[in-house]
Design a protein around this ligand. Structure first.
Ligand code: ADP
Length: 306
């Protein structure tokens, strides 16, 4: 059993009916294996298919096709064994209970009443113990959900946009708690649309756009890929053909509004070649803005609709 992956998704697909009787392929062939102990960011823009994938992983939605295994079993089995727990975006908390009551109820279900104080302290809820859930901010409610998810001491924790609604300080505090938790060997898969968040916390980034995985690798590799300089210019087809011949590894990322966006392993070589191309005009070099680069990386993957 040692080599059994924490998560094994094979060719997962799920589509929904969209407006005007169109079909939205929310998840369009996702295969993913996560080893025990990995901390993986599922990173992609809004609408990429992250929540739909996580819902299938948790057994909340049935795939149209493909398979889901969690520690070698079905999601349902993994959930009932307490091996998997989740912090989801919506619902789940009773507004009239206090924070302490909420944590105590779930703790009693898992026979962990003795640990309530420790869990509340670890998740920064001690000072909120007597407050009604309805009076907690969005960020505080996320922390309550996190506390509840850790109570069964799951092997795999799945978090969907866990810091949505938190300010910068709350976000930082949340991740430091998470980091401490993951250091104890828990497998964590979290969805986010913040590249910085994925970069700061995950060992591995799985980049998703248009229902497909567009990149998957160690965080440092994805950061380098996303952080590469993009050089753009107005350039004709003949010059472009010549450029692809003389610049090693040059890649055409996109052609938009008459402008061609290019990248190469050595962006200086690429820029120099463009400046030396007589008919290339308005050469621009984009800096290391991670968010822009992330958008460029995911821009090519458009969802198939029919
Ligand atoms: P993400 O979590 O990355 O923001 P989602 O998985 O929520 O993306 O959504 C992927 C796509 O599927 C989006 O286009 C969304 O509008 C669509 N979608 C998700 N759930 C439904 C649903 N229940 N009915 C119709 N369309 C849906």
């Amino acid at each position: 059993m040692i080599n059994t992956p924490a998560i094994a998704l094979t060719e997962l697909r799920k589509s929904f009916r969209g407006p005007g009787n169109t079909t939205i392929n929310a998840v369009d062939g996702i295969s993913l294996t996560v080893a025990p102990g990995e901390v993986v960011a599922f990173l992609g823009p809004n609408g990429a298919g992250k929540t739909t994938t996580l819902d299938m992983l948790l057994g909340l939605t049935t795939p149209d096709s493909g398979t889901v295994h969690v520690y070698g079993t079905s999601p349902r089995e993994a959930t009932s064994n307490g091996r998997i727990a989740a912090v989801l975006q919506n619902g789940g908390l009773h507004p009239d209970f206090t924070v302490a009551e909420t944590v105590e109820i779930v703790a009693s279900l898992h026979g962990r009443l003795d640990d309530v104080g420790t869990v509340m302290y670890a998740t920064g809820l001690t000072d909120l113990a007597g407050r009604k859930v309805s009076r907690c901010s969005g960020g505080e409610q996320q922390r309550i959900k996190f506390a509840l998810a850790t109570l069964p001491d799951p092997d795999l924790l799945v978090l969907d946009e866990p810091t949505a609604g938190m300010d910068v300080d709350a976000r930082r505090a949340f991740w430091s708690t998470m980091r401490a938790d993951a250091a104890n060997g828990r497998t964590v898969l979290f969805a986010t649309h913040y590249l910085e968040e994925a970069d700061a916390f995950a060992d591995r980034i799985v980049l998703i756009a248009g229902g497909r995985i567009v990149a998957d690798g160690p965080t440092a590799d994805i950061r380098n890929m996303a952080g590469r300089r993009v050089v753009s210019a107005i350039v004709d087809d003949a010059d472009l053909t010549e450029l692809t011949r003389v610049v090693p590894g040059v890649e055409i990322i996109e052609r938009r509004g008459g402008r061609t966006y290019l990248a190469a392993p050595d962006s200086d070589v690429l820029a120099r070649a463009l400046f030396n191309t007589p008919r290339a005009r308005e050469v621009e070099i984009a800096g290391h803005n991670l968010e822009d680069a992330f958008l460029t990386l995911t821009a090519g993957a458009t969802r198939a609709e029919h």
